[in-house]
Ligand binder design. Structure first.
Ligand SMILES: Nc1nc2c(ncn2[C@@H]2O[C@H](COP(=O)(O)OP(=O)(O)OP(=O)(O)O)[C@@H](O)[C@H]2O)c(=O)[nH]1
Length: 974
């Protein structure tokens, strides 16, 4: 089922949106407004709730019926899950609930006790429903084949989304008022705390897949188990004394050799529930001794303390071959007897030794690289981009140092606190059997805003709160087809001409008016031509364009970038209006353009298609009004452009820069709400209060309605194009959101640029890599990004790295200098200077170099030269000379002396040498240790002369060998 909006649901139910919202709230679902979307499971839940209400009031009116009818799928699923029905009879009859057959008829959701008592009971998804234990499939688990005819037992506890507890047919037949399962009824059934076989005992952790079979096993014990809500509150008052806090217990590594004792102190608390608790619950045994129902099964959240797998029992506990944390209630002997079956006979459904061994193996923490870390069992772990191993460890209750070791074992060297890449997190997750979900920046941002109860991107209120807004248009097309000219022409025609005296400013977007059918209509143009800007914005999640104008020169026809632009617009689902430009030229062929574009799915209206083509001349200002009209008509025909102007403003940044006089300024496009002077605003990582707003004519405005672009003054820093903006209740919230965003961006960028150190490249990284660290400051975010981009493309080989430690808009500050001095970086100021003389002085003091540029290419050239300067010199071998061995003399003092004739070049003392015999090298990397001419020492002997020489550390010289000498010379780099 697709997402639906609240008002659509209201329509479907034939009631007011408010009633739907109220119901949702009652069900524990938060929706902001009638136009908020509702997820499919929530819709189902809602329908169930309405159906239940209708059934309860005895009306069973058509709407409720419709609701259940429309929801046939889950009902079906429930029908196929008799275990769920089986669970229905509450143990009000002394623990003998009415039997039910696995093939009981469909139970309408309205009949569910949960629904009747109004308990919020989120409907399970179809899969969940289908996942219910089915008595019809005995033998699938422990106790296979021993399971008797399915016996009704209460639903096993379901932490996480509580499943429904649909009523069984027997109960329905009697139309007995169902007891509220939530009410503890001491004495009515077996005391759950006394029942060591109950799997409900204190189950707290979320249910994992692995728990399911255990739950099924418990079902077969035939003992009715009450729902968790029926459990006596806590066991501190029970024999066994106070339960030690698991968090206080020292985590104990599990050892295969000394398994946690089942009857040991660690093993008693969990009872069977611990078995159903997955990795987490098995672990928690330190609560031992008390027999506390299931606190040991504290689930994942408790892993940090005694909750580690194997943390159950002291290492020295009697090795009774069980699981830490499993035990007590069900164990043989020990205090468990006081609460249940004291070491009774082996029951049906008990696990075999083999199974236990298997389970033990499963829960055994991996011993990667000699460390033990909890195994996830496929559990989901959400981590933000750029998280560190410490963050990961925190989530899974492990020791960060252990994770560092695991990574080491996996061949990657990372520190515990270092931000790591997505792949590293995934790799670690896969190794530990966790399903790592890297939370995207968008999701993270949504969560961040939600934490302040702010929702971005949705109009508040009802249908009737929405009012028409002008379309936002981007102009795209091939190079030189006239995009800029067209944007200028439209602006010139409509803006400058009408605003007498107004000086048209380039602020990144402008609004024009045109008359369509006697009505004045506005259109907002994004003033940055080209689809790069369009796609860059989209890449940042900002889709602000409603309509794309595709400019095609009539003389040139469709070109590669025309197609590219077209595809981008199509991918974004944006309708296209084609402007066939340059029709003033003699070789203009507008018909050809139409024909060509038809092939790409843009069929002109006149050919029976739905795309409007307008022949224009941007230069001659021909038919520009027709183009504007076509835009309005296309918008009217294909889009429902409405927004709520009466809410806190939200929108997107179109452009931003640092203005010398005004500080950071950003052109924002209001998408919904009305932006007013004085509003507290967050724009990406910048925040502030709107000090003033200017329109494209440089005129001050006090408010901006949806689709209105305005230049905003008063921000703390310069945001990036594509950053969203939103008005928040007060400055404090604005600052907090902005700071969190900034921290997140910093982390993410650290993760991106910290090189992955692996065992393979460690030596290389430690010994050979040199890095040029840079800090880039520029006047506008665009130039900083462009410079960073260009610099990162400089390639001088593997040996030298360019690292951009920080980039930002604005003057070079003291902070920049401090950072540069710590990390030995050079600061590049692009069209900016040091903030003050004191900053310059600090730089001098710290020996930090600040280079100023105003031409991008100059900056690139110099950085490239600097990088080359960092390269280690390259050497090449240059031959000096060769000598042939003619005679051999042995000397007790010098070893073997070779009497040689220099056959080429020169032989020098101390020169590097190698000895060749029959063309093969017999000694390399040696040196001419001594050189004599007759009886005298010589420094060099030239070609044609004889000499005596010895080689360093080499005496096995033979007559006929050739001594070759050479030197290593630095090679100039190109
Ligand atoms: N004859 C004629 N020339 C035009 C017309 N529109 C634009 N031009 C010329 O075409 C050339 C390119 O125009 P631009 O507006 O710069 O084209 P563009 O698509 O923005 O180009 P890029 O920014 O390089 O992608 C300029 O020399 C314009 O004067 C027109 O309608 N008729």
């Amino acid at each position: 089922m697709a997402k639906v909006r609240v008002y659509e649901l209201a329509k479907e139910f034939g009631i007011e949106s408010k009633a739907v919202m109220a119901k949702l709230q009652e069900l524990g679902e938060f929706v902001r407004s009638a136009s908020s979307t509702v997820e499919a499971p929530v819709v189902r839940k809602l329908k169930e709730a309405f159906a239940a209400e209708a059934a309860a009031s005895g009306k069973g009116d058509g709407k409720a019926d419709t609701a259940s009818a429309t929801d046939a799928a889950p009902t079906q699923a429930r029908a196929e899950a008799p275990a769920a029905e089986k669970a229905a009879p509450a143990p009000t009859d002394g623990g003998k609930p009415a039997p039910s057959r696995p093939t009981s008829p469909v139970v309408p959701p309205a009949e569910s006790p949960a629904a009747k008592v109004g308990t919020p009971s989120p409907q399970p998804t179809d899969e969940q429903a289908a996942e219910r234990p089915r008595p019809a499939a005995p033998g699938t688990d422990a106790g296979a084949g021993q399971a008797p005819t399915p016996r009704p037992v209460p639903t096993p506890p379901r932490p996480g989304p509580p499943g429904p507890t649909p009523g069984g047919p027997a109960v329905r037949a009697g139309e007995q008022p169902r007891p509220k399962p939530a009410a503890p009824r001491p004495g009515a059934g077996p005391r759950p705390g006394n029942n060591p076989f109950t799997s409900t005992t204190g189950m707290r952790g979320p249910r994992t897949e692995r728990q399911e079979p255990a739950a099924r096993r418990e079902d077969r014990t035939g003992i009715p188990r009450p729902s968790p809500a029926m459990m006596p509150p806590r066991a501190d008052d029970r024999p066994g004394g106070p339960r030690p806090n698991p968090a206080m217990m020292p985590p104990r590594p599990m050892s295969r050799g000394v398994p946690a004792g089942r009857g040991g102190p660690g093993g008693r608390s969990g009872g069977p529930s611990a078995r159903t608790g997955g990795a987490g619950s098995r672990a928690g045994a330190p609560s031992g001794r008390t027999g506390t129902p299931g606190r040991a099964g504290g689930g994942i959240g408790r892993l940090g303390g005694g909750g580690r797998p194997g943390g159950g029992a002291p290492a020295g506990a009697p090795p009774r071959g069980g699981f830490g944390g499993r035990g007590g209630g069900r164990g043989r002997g020990g205090a468990a007897g006081a609460f249940g079956r004291p070491g009774g006979p082996t029951r049906r459904g008990r696990k075999s030794k083999r199974q236990k061994r298997q389970e033990f193996d499963n829960m055994q923490a991996p011993t990667i690289g000699g460390v033990r870390v909890p195994r996830g069992g496929g559990q989901k772990v959400r981590l933000p981009r750029g998280a560190s191993l410490t963050d990961f460890a925190e989530k899974i209750g492990a020791d960060p140092a252990a994770l560092v070791q695991v990574m080491f074992h996996l061949g990657e060297m990372v520190t515990a606190t270092q931000s790591v890449s997505d792949e590293t997190l995934q790799l670690l997750g896969a190794e530990l059997d966790y399903d790592v979900e890297i939370v995207s920046p968008e999701d993270e941002d949504r969560e961040l805003l939600e934490s302040f109860s702010i929702e971005f991107g949705e109009d508040e209120g009802d249908e009737e709160d929405l009012q028409p807004r002008p379309p936002v248009v981007s102009v795209m097309g091939h190079v030189d087809h006239g995009k800029t000219k067209l944007l200028d022409a439209i602006r010139g025609e409509n803006v400058a001409a009408r605003e007498a005296g107004g000086i048209t400013q380039h602020i990144g977007a402008y609004q024009v008016s045109t008359e369509v059918d006697g009505e004045e209509r506005k259109i907002t143009f994004i003033d940055t031509p080209g689809h790069e800007a369009f796609t860059a914005m989209r890449a940042r999640g900002a889709q602000l364009t409603d309509i794309a104008v595709l400019v095609v020169a009539a003389d040139d026809g469709v070109m590669p970038q025309t197609i590219e632009a077209l595809n981008h617009a199509k991918a974004a689902g944006v309708p296209i209006v084609v402007a066939v430009n340059k029709i003033d030229l003699p070789d203009a062929d507008p018909a050809k353009v139409r024909g060509q574009l038809t092939e790409y799915g843009l069929v002109p209206e006149e050919y029976g298609g739905d795309t409007m083509f307008v022949d224009i001349s941007a230069k001659a200002r021909l038919n520009l009004d027709d183009l504007l009209e076509a835009i309005v008509l296309t918008a009217d025909a294909t889009l429902d452009l409405r927004a709520n102007p009466n809410q806190a403003a939200q929108g997107v940044t179109v452009e931003a820069h640092l203005d010398k006089g005004r500080g950071p300024v950003a052109t924002v496009l209001v998408q919904r709400g009305t932006l007013k002077v004085g509003d507290s605003i967050v724009v990406g990582p910048a925040y502030g209060r709107v000090r003033a707003m200017l329109d494209e004519h440089g005129q001050q405005v006090d408010k901006a309605l949806p689709s209105r672009p305005v230049l905003v003054l008063g921000l703390s820093s310069v945001p990036r194009a594509g950053d969203n903006f939103l008005v928040v209740p007060d400055d404090r919230v604005a600052r907090q959101i902005a700071e969190k965003r900034e921290a997140r961006e910093r982390n993410a960028s650290f993760a991106k640029r910290s090189p992955r150190v692996s065992l393979e490249n460690l030596t290389e990284l430690l010994t050979e890599r040199q890095a040029l660290n840079l800090i880039i400051k520029g006047d506008v975010s665009g130039s900083v990004e462009a410079l960073e981009d260009a610099l990162s493309k400089i390639d001088v080989g593997e040996e030298v790295d360019l690292r951009i430690l920080h980039r930002g808009v604005g003057a070079v500050t003291e902070n920049d200098v401090n950072l540069a001095s710590i990390d030995n970086a050079i600061i590049i100021g692009f069209n900016v200077r040091a903030q003050s003389r004191s900053v310059e002085r600090l730089a001098e003091q710290e020996g930090v170099e600040i280079r100023y540029y105003s031409v991008i290419y100059q900056a690139i050239e110099e950085v490239e030269a600097a990088l080359k300067g960092l390269l280690k010199p390259e050497y090449e071998e240059v031959q000096l000379g060769t000598a042939e061995v003619r005679e051999i003399f042995r000397s007790s003092r010098f070893g073997t002396i070779a009497g040689c004739l220099v056959t080429s070049g020169v032989i020098r003392r101390n020169a590097k040498a190698r000895l060749l015999r029959d063309g093969a090298v017999v000694a390399d990397n040696t040196e001419i240790a001594s050189l004599r001419r007759f009886k005298d020492d010589a420094t060099e002997v030239r070609e044609g002369f004889e000499c005596g020489l010895t080689l360093q550390n080499f005496n096995d010289i033979k007559i006929g060998d050739v001594v070759e000498t050479f030197e290593m010379r630095e090679k100039p780099r190109d």
